[in-house]
Ligand binder design. Sequence first.
Ligand code: 0O2
Length: 203
Amino acid sequence: MNETDMLFYGSYAPRLKEITRELLKKVRMILDGISSDTETAPAEHLKARIKSTDSVRDKLLRNGYEATAENGMHKLSDIIGLRVVTHFVGDIYTVLEQMQQDPSWRVVLIKDYIANPKPNGYRSLHIILAIPFNCEGIDNIMVEVQLRTIAMDCWASLEHQLKYKKNIKNANLIVDELKRCADEMASTDLTMQTIRDLIQRGN
Ligand code: 0O2
C-alpha cells in the first residue's frame, strides 16, 4: 500500500494489511497441504494486492456510488484480491474444493469463467469469500480469489496491457485475434492436462 492508499483507506488500512497477510498464510497452507497429499505443487505462484485508490474510485463511480473508502468496504467485493496461478486446469478445481471446506471464511459466490469464458476470451475462476473484519463497525468484508493457470494468467496480463493502449487501429481485428489467442491457450491447457493425466496413470 503506497502513501496515497494509506491516506484513502485511513483507519481501515492496518486491518486490511493484517487480513491480507493472514489470507496469504492460510492459502499457502492449503497449497502446501495439496502438495504433500499429491506430491506435486498445484501453484506456480500466489500473490495478493489491496485495490489501489484509483481503481476503487473508478469502480465506485462506474457503479453510481460516491468514491469513498467506506463505500469501497461495503460495496466492492475485491478490495482485497488474491491470485493463485496454477500449473494445470485440474489444480484450479482441487484448490477450489479445499477452499470450500475451510472454516476461516464463507464462500459467497463462484464465477467460473473457465466453464463460461467471457466473450473476449478471459478465463479464470473467481471465488468471492466473506471474511471476518471486526474493525471500525464492519463485521465482514468480501475478498476475491482468482484461480487461473499460467496460460490464462499470461493471456490476462498481456490483454490488460494492450487494453490501456489508446487509439488502437483495427480494434475489431485486435479483439478477434486476442480471442483466438485465448482459445488456443485454452486448448493447450487441456492438452497439458491430458499429458499430465497420462503420466500420472503410467500411460
Ligand atoms: P484489478 O486491477 O484486478 O483490481 P467489473 O470489475 O465491474 O467488470 P466484477 O463483477 O466486479 O466486474 O468482476 P469480474 O468481471 O468477475 O472480475 C473482475 C476482475 O477480474 C478484474 O479486476 C480483473 O482482475 C479480472 N478480469 C475480469 N475480466 C477481465 C478481462 O477481460 N481481462 C483481464 N485482463 N482481466 C479481467 P479489475 O477490477 O478490472 O481490476
